[in-house]
Write a protein that binds this ligand. Structure first.
Ligand code: ADP
Ligand code: MN
Ligand code: MN
Ligand code: MN
Ligand code: MN
Length: 358
Protein backbone atom coordinates (compact mmCIF):
# COMPACT_ATOMS: atom_id res chain seq x y z
CA UNK A 1 0.00 0.00 0.00
CA UNK A 2 2.91 2.38 0.54
CA UNK A 3 3.34 4.65 -2.47
CA UNK A 4 -0.40 4.73 -3.10
CA UNK A 5 -1.08 7.02 -0.13
CA UNK A 6 -2.05 10.69 -0.18
CA UNK A 7 -0.75 12.84 -2.99
CA UNK A 8 1.08 9.96 -4.66
CA UNK A 9 -2.17 8.13 -5.34
CA UNK A 10 -3.04 8.92 -9.00
CA UNK A 11 -6.67 7.86 -8.61
CA UNK A 12 -7.30 10.89 -6.38
CA UNK A 13 -7.13 13.09 -9.50
CA UNK A 14 -10.19 11.41 -11.00
CA UNK A 15 -13.13 13.73 -11.55
CA UNK A 16 -15.79 13.28 -8.88
CA UNK A 17 -18.67 14.93 -10.74
CA UNK A 18 -21.13 17.01 -8.73
CA UNK A 19 -20.96 14.79 -5.66
CA UNK A 20 -18.82 15.63 -2.64
CA UNK A 21 -17.43 13.40 0.08
CA UNK A 22 -18.34 14.41 3.63
CA UNK A 23 -16.23 12.87 6.42
CA UNK A 24 -18.50 12.73 9.50
CA UNK A 25 -16.45 12.89 12.73
CA UNK A 26 -17.66 12.15 16.28
CA UNK A 27 -16.21 11.54 19.76
CA UNK A 28 -16.43 7.91 20.88
CA UNK A 29 -17.23 6.34 24.25
CA UNK A 30 -13.75 7.01 25.62
CA UNK A 31 -14.47 10.74 25.53
CA UNK A 32 -11.09 11.28 23.88
CA UNK A 33 -10.79 9.26 20.67
CA UNK A 34 -12.35 10.37 17.40
CA UNK A 35 -14.15 8.15 14.92
CA UNK A 36 -15.34 9.04 11.46
CA UNK A 37 -16.73 7.71 8.20
CA UNK A 38 -17.52 9.00 4.74
CA UNK A 39 -20.84 9.84 3.12
CA UNK A 40 -21.50 10.97 -0.43
CA UNK A 41 -23.50 14.20 -0.59
CA UNK A 42 -25.03 15.01 -3.93
CA UNK A 43 -24.83 18.79 -3.66
CA UNK A 44 -21.90 20.93 -2.60
CA UNK A 45 -22.37 22.58 0.83
CA UNK A 46 -20.53 23.97 3.88
CA UNK A 47 -23.70 24.34 5.96
CA UNK A 48 -24.28 21.56 8.53
CA UNK A 49 -28.05 22.18 8.26
CA UNK A 50 -27.96 20.93 4.65
CA UNK A 51 -26.40 17.62 5.74
CA UNK A 52 -28.47 14.60 6.74
CA UNK A 53 -28.39 13.01 10.18
CA UNK A 54 -26.61 9.65 9.84
CA UNK A 55 -25.90 6.73 12.15
CA UNK A 56 -23.23 4.27 13.27
CA UNK A 57 -22.86 1.10 15.30
CA UNK A 58 -22.48 2.27 18.90
CA UNK A 59 -21.65 -1.23 20.13
CA UNK A 60 -18.29 -0.88 18.37
CA UNK A 61 -17.41 2.47 19.94
CA UNK A 62 -18.31 1.80 23.58
CA UNK A 63 -21.48 3.88 23.20
CA UNK A 64 -24.27 1.28 23.31
CA UNK A 65 -25.10 -2.37 23.83
CA UNK A 66 -25.48 -4.84 20.96
CA UNK A 67 -29.29 -5.03 21.02
CA UNK A 68 -30.01 -1.34 20.36
CA UNK A 69 -26.82 -0.25 18.86
CA UNK A 70 -27.74 2.53 16.42
CA UNK A 71 -26.47 5.95 17.40
CA UNK A 72 -27.36 9.00 15.35
CA UNK A 73 -24.77 11.57 14.30
CA UNK A 74 -25.96 15.10 13.70
CA UNK A 75 -23.72 17.51 11.73
CA UNK A 76 -22.89 20.70 13.64
CA UNK A 77 -19.83 22.26 11.97
CA UNK A 78 -18.14 21.98 8.56
CA UNK A 79 -14.54 22.50 7.49
CA UNK A 80 -12.74 22.16 4.16
CA UNK A 81 -11.09 18.75 3.83
CA UNK A 82 -7.31 19.22 3.39
CA UNK A 83 -6.86 15.57 2.37
CA UNK A 84 -9.50 15.15 -0.34
CA UNK A 85 -9.53 18.87 -1.16
CA UNK A 86 -11.85 20.39 -3.76
CA UNK A 87 -15.37 20.77 -2.36
CA UNK A 88 -15.01 17.81 0.00
CA UNK A 89 -15.61 18.49 3.70
CA UNK A 90 -14.92 17.42 7.27
CA UNK A 91 -18.04 17.43 9.42
CA UNK A 92 -18.03 17.59 13.22
CA UNK A 93 -21.07 15.79 14.67
CA UNK A 94 -23.02 15.46 17.90
CA UNK A 95 -24.24 12.01 18.99
CA UNK A 96 -27.91 11.21 19.74
CA UNK A 97 -29.38 7.98 21.08
CA UNK A 98 -31.89 5.80 19.19
CA UNK A 99 -34.76 8.01 20.41
CA UNK A 100 -33.04 11.19 19.24
CA UNK A 101 -32.09 12.31 22.76
CA UNK A 102 -28.65 13.70 23.61
CA UNK A 103 -26.31 10.72 24.10
CA UNK A 104 -24.56 10.60 27.52
CA UNK A 105 -21.18 10.85 25.76
CA UNK A 106 -22.30 13.98 23.89
CA UNK A 107 -20.71 16.82 25.87
CA UNK A 108 -21.21 19.44 23.18
CA UNK A 109 -24.94 19.82 23.57
CA UNK A 110 -24.88 21.24 27.11
CA UNK A 111 -21.80 23.33 26.29
CA UNK A 112 -23.70 24.90 23.40
CA UNK A 113 -26.79 25.57 25.56
CA UNK A 114 -24.69 27.33 28.21
CA UNK A 115 -22.71 29.32 25.65
CA UNK A 116 -26.05 30.58 24.28
CA UNK A 117 -27.05 31.73 27.80
CA UNK A 118 -24.00 33.97 28.11
CA UNK A 119 -23.45 34.96 24.51
CA UNK A 120 -23.89 38.67 25.36
CA UNK A 121 -20.61 38.42 27.32
CA UNK A 122 -18.85 37.14 24.18
CA UNK A 123 -16.61 34.57 25.91
CA UNK A 124 -13.40 33.96 24.00
CA UNK A 125 -11.07 31.00 24.42
CA UNK A 126 -7.63 30.07 23.15
CA UNK A 127 -6.32 26.57 23.81
CA UNK A 128 -2.65 25.53 23.74
CA UNK A 129 -2.74 21.89 22.66
CA UNK A 130 0.35 19.93 23.68
CA UNK A 131 0.98 16.42 22.36
CA UNK A 132 3.73 13.84 21.93
CA UNK A 133 4.80 11.89 18.84
CA UNK A 134 5.45 8.15 19.09
CA UNK A 135 6.75 5.86 16.36
CA UNK A 136 4.41 3.34 14.70
CA UNK A 137 4.57 1.05 17.75
CA UNK A 138 2.82 3.69 19.84
CA UNK A 139 5.16 3.03 22.78
CA UNK A 140 8.53 4.36 21.65
CA UNK A 141 8.77 8.18 21.51
CA UNK A 142 9.40 9.26 17.92
CA UNK A 143 13.08 9.97 17.23
CA UNK A 144 14.32 8.91 20.68
CA UNK A 145 17.36 6.61 20.84
CA UNK A 146 16.52 2.94 20.32
CA UNK A 147 17.89 2.17 23.78
CA UNK A 148 17.81 4.66 26.64
CA UNK A 149 16.89 8.31 26.73
CA UNK A 150 17.84 11.56 24.99
CA UNK A 151 19.92 14.07 26.96
CA UNK A 152 18.07 15.93 29.72
CA UNK A 153 15.54 18.69 28.97
CA UNK A 154 16.99 22.10 28.18
CA UNK A 155 17.92 22.49 24.51
CA UNK A 156 14.68 21.22 22.93
CA UNK A 157 12.06 23.93 23.65
CA UNK A 158 11.64 26.05 20.50
CA UNK A 159 14.86 24.45 19.21
CA UNK A 160 16.23 23.91 15.73
CA UNK A 161 18.37 21.11 14.32
CA UNK A 162 17.90 17.35 13.97
CA UNK A 163 19.45 16.76 17.39
CA UNK A 164 16.94 19.14 19.02
CA UNK A 165 13.57 18.64 17.34
CA UNK A 166 11.87 15.57 15.93
CA UNK A 167 8.93 15.45 13.52
CA UNK A 168 8.83 19.01 12.22
CA UNK A 169 7.44 17.84 8.86
CA UNK A 170 4.28 16.70 10.61
CA UNK A 171 4.00 19.97 12.51
CA UNK A 172 4.33 22.03 9.33
CA UNK A 173 1.86 19.87 7.40
CA UNK A 174 -0.65 20.08 10.24
CA UNK A 175 -0.37 23.86 10.54
CA UNK A 176 -0.98 24.39 6.82
CA UNK A 177 -3.79 21.83 6.73
CA UNK A 178 -5.54 23.63 9.61
CA UNK A 179 -5.28 26.97 7.81
CA UNK A 180 -6.70 25.37 4.68
CA UNK A 181 -9.54 23.74 6.60
CA UNK A 182 -10.58 27.04 8.20
CA UNK A 183 -9.45 26.17 11.72
CA UNK A 184 -8.39 29.18 13.78
CA UNK A 185 -4.88 27.88 14.47
CA UNK A 186 -2.87 30.65 16.13
CA UNK A 187 0.69 29.32 16.38
CA UNK A 188 2.95 26.36 17.11
CA UNK A 189 6.18 25.58 18.96
CA UNK A 190 8.46 22.69 19.88
CA UNK A 191 8.09 21.76 23.55
CA UNK A 192 10.43 21.12 26.47
CA UNK A 193 10.55 17.33 26.01
CA UNK A 194 11.92 16.09 22.67
CA UNK A 195 9.13 14.90 20.30
CA UNK A 196 6.64 17.00 22.24
CA UNK A 197 4.96 19.90 20.44
CA UNK A 198 2.28 22.50 20.95
CA UNK A 199 -0.10 24.40 18.72
CA UNK A 200 -2.64 27.00 19.73
CA UNK A 201 -6.19 27.43 18.49
CA UNK A 202 -8.03 30.70 19.10
CA UNK A 203 -9.32 33.11 19.99
CA UNK A 204 -12.58 31.30 19.37
CA UNK A 205 -15.95 32.50 20.62
CA UNK A 206 -18.22 30.15 22.56
CA UNK A 207 -18.90 26.70 21.09
CA UNK A 208 -16.44 27.31 18.23
CA UNK A 209 -13.55 26.51 20.61
CA UNK A 210 -14.56 22.86 21.00
CA UNK A 211 -15.46 22.38 17.35
CA UNK A 212 -12.18 23.80 16.07
CA UNK A 213 -9.95 22.01 18.59
CA UNK A 214 -11.54 18.60 18.06
CA UNK A 215 -11.24 18.83 14.27
CA UNK A 216 -7.63 20.09 14.59
CA UNK A 217 -6.88 16.93 16.62
CA UNK A 218 -8.42 14.75 13.93
CA UNK A 219 -6.34 16.46 11.22
CA UNK A 220 -3.18 16.00 13.31
CA UNK A 221 -3.73 12.27 13.74
CA UNK A 222 -4.69 11.86 10.09
CA UNK A 223 -1.51 13.64 8.93
CA UNK A 224 0.63 11.59 11.30
CA UNK A 225 -0.75 8.43 9.60
CA UNK A 226 1.03 9.54 6.43
CA UNK A 227 4.31 9.53 8.36
CA UNK A 228 3.67 6.30 10.27
CA UNK A 229 3.71 8.30 13.49
CA UNK A 230 1.25 7.95 16.38
CA UNK A 231 0.04 11.06 18.23
CA UNK A 232 -0.40 10.74 21.99
CA UNK A 233 -2.54 13.14 24.02
CA UNK A 234 -1.57 11.44 27.27
CA UNK A 235 -0.88 14.13 29.90
CA UNK A 236 2.27 12.40 31.20
CA UNK A 237 3.46 10.09 28.44
CA UNK A 238 6.95 9.53 29.90
CA UNK A 239 7.19 9.22 33.68
CA UNK A 240 10.07 10.88 35.51
CA UNK A 241 11.93 14.08 34.78
CA UNK A 242 10.09 14.84 31.54
CA UNK A 243 7.44 17.52 31.11
CA UNK A 244 3.84 16.42 30.83
CA UNK A 245 1.34 17.69 28.26
CA UNK A 246 -1.54 20.06 28.91
CA UNK A 247 -4.19 22.15 27.24
CA UNK A 248 -3.66 25.56 28.81
CA UNK A 249 -6.96 27.38 28.30
CA UNK A 250 -6.94 31.16 27.86
CA UNK A 251 -10.17 32.95 28.71
CA UNK A 252 -11.72 36.38 28.38
CA UNK A 253 -15.13 38.01 28.28
CA UNK A 254 -16.00 41.31 26.67
CA UNK A 255 -15.79 43.24 30.00
CA UNK A 256 -12.31 41.79 30.66
CA UNK A 257 -11.11 42.94 27.25
CA UNK A 258 -12.33 46.51 27.70
CA UNK A 259 -10.29 49.32 29.30
CA UNK A 260 -10.28 48.86 33.07
CA UNK A 261 -11.21 45.18 32.73
CA UNK A 262 -8.57 43.90 35.18
CA UNK A 263 -10.90 43.64 38.22
CA UNK A 264 -13.24 41.47 36.10
CA UNK A 265 -10.30 39.11 35.50
CA UNK A 266 -9.49 38.89 39.22
CA UNK A 267 -13.17 38.33 40.06
CA UNK A 268 -13.40 35.43 37.60
CA UNK A 269 -10.19 33.83 38.88
CA UNK A 270 -11.41 33.97 42.48
CA UNK A 271 -14.67 32.31 41.47
CA UNK A 272 -12.62 29.58 39.78
CA UNK A 273 -10.64 29.11 43.00
CA UNK A 274 -13.86 28.36 44.92
CA UNK A 275 -14.69 25.60 42.41
CA UNK A 276 -11.20 24.06 42.12
CA UNK A 277 -12.37 20.48 42.68
CA UNK A 278 -15.23 20.74 40.17
CA UNK A 279 -12.80 22.09 37.61
CA UNK A 280 -10.22 19.36 38.18
CA UNK A 281 -12.95 16.73 37.69
CA UNK A 282 -13.83 18.33 34.33
CA UNK A 283 -10.26 18.81 33.13
CA UNK A 284 -9.52 15.26 31.93
CA UNK A 285 -11.74 12.40 30.72
CA UNK A 286 -11.07 10.36 33.90
CA UNK A 287 -12.42 12.80 36.48
CA UNK A 288 -8.96 14.03 37.48
CA UNK A 289 -7.12 10.69 37.51
CA UNK A 290 -5.12 11.35 34.33
CA UNK A 291 -4.07 14.81 35.49
CA UNK A 292 -2.81 13.43 38.83
CA UNK A 293 0.25 12.14 36.99
CA UNK A 294 0.91 15.59 35.51
CA UNK A 295 -0.11 18.22 38.09
CA UNK A 296 2.62 17.41 40.59
CA UNK A 297 3.90 20.90 41.37
CA UNK A 298 7.01 20.19 39.28
CA UNK A 299 7.67 20.72 35.55
CA UNK A 300 5.83 24.06 35.28
CA UNK A 301 2.66 22.80 36.96
CA UNK A 302 0.82 23.54 40.20
CA UNK A 303 -0.21 20.78 42.61
CA UNK A 304 -3.57 19.20 41.75
CA UNK A 305 -4.71 19.65 45.38
CA UNK A 306 -4.41 23.39 45.72
CA UNK A 307 -5.61 26.37 43.70
CA UNK A 308 -3.20 29.24 43.15
CA UNK A 309 -2.80 32.16 40.79
CA UNK A 310 -0.25 34.80 39.98
CA UNK A 311 1.09 37.23 37.41
CA UNK A 312 3.54 35.52 35.00
CA UNK A 313 3.58 32.51 37.37
CA UNK A 314 4.05 29.23 35.45
CA UNK A 315 3.92 27.19 38.67
CA UNK A 316 0.37 28.40 39.47
CA UNK A 317 -3.01 26.90 38.52
CA UNK A 318 -3.93 30.16 36.81
CA UNK A 319 -1.51 32.66 35.30
CA UNK A 320 -2.17 36.27 34.42
CA UNK A 321 0.16 37.24 31.57
CA UNK A 322 2.53 40.11 32.49
CA UNK A 323 1.25 42.17 29.55
CA UNK A 324 -2.34 41.83 30.77
CA UNK A 325 -1.38 43.26 34.16
CA UNK A 326 0.46 46.10 32.40
CA UNK A 327 -2.50 46.85 30.09
CA UNK A 328 -5.05 46.53 32.89
CA UNK A 329 -7.24 44.37 30.65
CA UNK A 330 -7.19 41.23 28.53
CA UNK A 331 -7.42 37.55 29.49
CA UNK A 332 -6.07 34.89 31.86
CA UNK A 333 -4.70 31.38 31.45
CA UNK A 334 -6.00 28.26 33.21
CA UNK A 335 -3.00 25.91 33.18
CA UNK A 336 -4.82 22.89 34.64
CA UNK A 337 -6.65 21.19 31.72
CA UNK A 338 -4.93 18.03 30.56
CA UNK A 339 -3.81 17.45 26.95
CA UNK A 340 -6.57 14.82 26.57
CA UNK A 341 -9.28 17.06 28.06
CA UNK A 342 -12.52 17.61 26.17
CA UNK A 343 -12.69 21.31 25.24
CA UNK A 344 -16.51 21.15 25.30
CA UNK A 345 -16.36 20.05 28.95
CA UNK A 346 -13.58 22.49 29.88
CA UNK A 347 -15.13 25.61 28.33
CA UNK A 348 -18.57 24.63 29.67
CA UNK A 349 -17.21 24.30 33.23
CA UNK A 350 -15.44 27.65 32.94
CA UNK A 351 -18.45 29.66 31.82
CA UNK A 352 -20.70 27.93 34.37
CA UNK A 353 -18.31 29.19 37.07
CA UNK A 354 -17.45 32.66 35.81
CA UNK A 355 -20.55 33.69 33.82
CA UNK A 356 -23.52 31.65 35.09
CA UNK A 357 -22.70 31.49 38.81
CA UNK A 358 -23.13 27.67 38.95
P1 ADP B 1 1.72 31.00 26.39
O1 ADP B 1 2.41 32.32 26.59
O2 ADP B 1 1.02 30.55 27.62
O3 ADP B 1 2.60 29.95 25.81
P2 ADP B 1 0.39 30.97 23.78
O4 ADP B 1 0.92 32.08 22.95
O5 ADP B 1 0.89 29.61 23.50
O6 ADP B 1 0.56 31.36 25.34
O7 ADP B 1 -1.19 30.91 23.62
C1 ADP B 1 -2.02 31.98 23.91
C2 ADP B 1 -3.45 31.66 23.48
O8 ADP B 1 -4.31 32.67 23.99
C3 ADP B 1 -3.68 31.61 21.99
O9 ADP B 1 -4.48 30.49 21.66
C4 ADP B 1 -4.47 32.88 21.72
O10 ADP B 1 -5.36 32.72 20.64
C5 ADP B 1 -5.25 33.02 23.01
N1 ADP B 1 -5.72 34.39 23.30
C6 ADP B 1 -5.15 35.57 22.98
N2 ADP B 1 -5.91 36.60 23.38
C7 ADP B 1 -7.01 36.06 23.99
C8 ADP B 1 -8.17 36.60 24.61
N3 ADP B 1 -8.36 37.92 24.72
N4 ADP B 1 -9.07 35.74 25.12
C9 ADP B 1 -8.88 34.42 25.04
N5 ADP B 1 -7.83 33.86 24.46
C10 ADP B 1 -6.88 34.65 23.94
MN1 MN C 1 -22.28 -2.15 7.63
MN1 MN D 1 2.00 28.23 24.73
MN1 MN E 1 3.49 24.68 26.21
MN1 MN F 1 0.54 28.52 28.27
Amino acid sequence: MDGLDGQTNPFLDLDQGEAIQAYYIWIDGSGQALRGKTKTILKKTMDPKDLPIWNFDGSSTNQSLGENSDIYIKPVACFKDPFRRGDNILVMCETLDHEGNVHPTNKRNSCFANMEKCKDLHPWFGIEQEYTMFDYTGVHPYGWPANGYPGPQGPYYCGVGSDKVKGRKIVEAHYRACLYAGIKIAGSNAEVMPSQWEYQVGPCEGIEMGDHLWVSRWILQRIAEEFNVVISFDPKPIPGDWNGAGCHTNISTQPMREDGGYPEIIKAIELMGEKHVEHIISYDPSGGEDNKRRLTGLHETASIDKFSYGVAHRGASVRIPRQVEADGKGYFEDRRPSSNSDPYVVTNRIIRTICLGE
